[in-house]
Ligand binder design. Structure first.
Ligand code: DX5
Ligand code: ZN
Length: 216
């Protein structure tokens, strides 16, 4: 219990976002996860701020924004203007990560750092006390509906240990391939927040699917 669930808008019905937002508002979802892509950092483009402005207006849950773009610090004002709670930037996209984390916090948002599947957890050793969350990608970012990479479970355990021995308060979020089979394993490994796209939005009863993930 105590697990947070962040359904990912990427798997929603883009021809009726209002209905999906009403479902999210009624549900036990903790946050709404928003995946912004640029076709450069990742080989796909999702949606941008003009669309998200409307989503933000319809959604009553805190927004967990995941930027899969180069130079994400350029968009701190836009993410802030959405009313975002959490802004996640990729380790691989930020040569001056410490500065970007400070800028996000100065803007009044929580700062999350995201790691691609091939990026080691230990690279966060010198920033872990400064971040509010670490988002571990359990698929290569860019697309929904991919298969969970099992090695992520080792990374969750390693990150849990790093957080424990440094006194960091960072939450551990996992994104990609979360379903009935992988979610309990992630909870056991020490994850705090699970992102779920296809598993929630393609379900016959999305609200019930969120409830059952929450009860893990
Ligand atoms: C992938 C995105 C994910 C995606 C997850 O690049 O970061 O948030 O929506 O989708 P599922 O849950 O379908 O793997
Ligand atoms: Zn994401």
């Amino acid at each position: 219990m105590g697990m947070k669930i962040a359904p990912s808008l990427l798997a929603a019905n883009f021809s009726n976002l209002q209905a999906d937002m009403e479902m999210i508002n009624r549900s036990e979802a903790d946050w709404l996860h928003l995946d912004i892509m640029d076709g450069v950092f990742v080989p796909n483009i999702s949606f941008g701020f003009p669309v998200l402005k409307h989503v933000a207006r319809l959604c009553r849950k805190p927004l967990d924004v995941h930027l899969m773009i180069v130079s994400p610090e350029k968009f701190i004002p836009e993410v802030k203007a959405l009313g975002a709670y959490m802004m996640n930037v990729h380790y691989e996209a930020c040569p001056h990560l410490h500065r970007v984390v400070q800028q996000i916090k100065e803007a009044g948002m929580k700062a999350g750092v995201t790691l691609n599947p091939a990026t080691p957890v230990m690279l966060l050793a010198d920033i872990i006390r400064d971040v509010d969350m670490v988002l571990l990608m359990s698929v290569n970012p860019g697309f929904g509906g991919q298969q969970f990479i099992p090695h992520t479970l080792d990374k969750v355990r390693e990150l849990r240990a790093l957080i424990g021995r440094t006194g960091s308060k960072a939450l551990i979020e996992v994104d990609g391939g979360v379903n009935d089979d992988t979610a309990p394993q992630l909870v056991a490994a020490g994850a705090d927040v699970l992102v779920a796209g296809s598993h929630v939005f393609k379900a016959s009863n999305p609200e019930e699917t969120i409830r059952s993930l929450k009860s893990l």
